[in-house]
Design a binder for this molecule. Sequence first.
Ligand SMILES: O=C(O)CCC(=O)C(=O)O
Ligand SMILES: [Fe+2]
Length: 276
Amino acid sequence: MASITYLPATASTEEICACLDRDAALIVEDVLSSDQLTRLQAELAPYLGTTAKGKNEFAGHETKRVGALMARVPASRDLALHPVVNAVCSDYLGRHADGYQLHFTQAVSIGPGETAQELHRDRGVWGGHIPRRIETQLSTIWAASAFTKENGATQLVPGSHTWDKDRTPEPHEIVSAEMKPGSVLIYSGTVIHGGGENTSDSNRLGVLLHYTLNWLRQEENQYLSCPPDVAKDLSPELRALLGYSRGGPVLGFFSTPGAPGEGVELAAPEKLFEST
Ligand SMILES: O=C(O)CCC(=O)C(=O)O
Ligand SMILES: [Fe+2]
């Protein structure tokens, strides 16, 4: 039977990266305090309460998805900036870029009666144009509720990042990423996974925060989900993570739209927030 590794919150970046290299997935346990968890659940509740269920098989007909988390859910900001995750991003994604950025933010509440999501590799969003030797993504799913096999814990195929594209997993190769609230599943863009079937009578709530190389297009357009007028009130670190920063020497510069003689040319994104 396949299995997933559980590491304590004190695990080193090297240990976590070694697990990622071997399995492309692992769980770090008990990372959030109960206060952080309570705030996260409370801030998500009004959005989940007013969001419609998905309308297709992939999004799930009994699943609710809420994005723009950095703008809407302040408690999720510390998760995005979590030092354990960011140290791993820096080393793991740093192999293929000189920086990384937030790629996707979404709370996923899988409701009772939901069927299993199709197993997939998240790197598919770039359409298969990027060679496998470049890992595109580091993803986290924070458990805002318990994750159990019964309530739809993420299904994962450890080690499938090295498989041929067309190999499909046998049932014994698939594990349920069961975890306690406050733990975090970390996995790569190349490992096969998907949301699980929910045969229980309660919701499974996860907060998905994904990171990508600073030279790739983000799946969730962070400049629209968290526009400058909102980003101006965030910390400089979080703004940089959203992409209001340069990737390498020039990627992401801006010039001011406006009348001749006004504004700036070839400015670093940080410049936009200087007077605020
Ligand atoms: O909710 C989950 O457990 C995983 C969802 C997922 O993989 C996706 O929507 O791409
Ligand atoms: Fe996925």
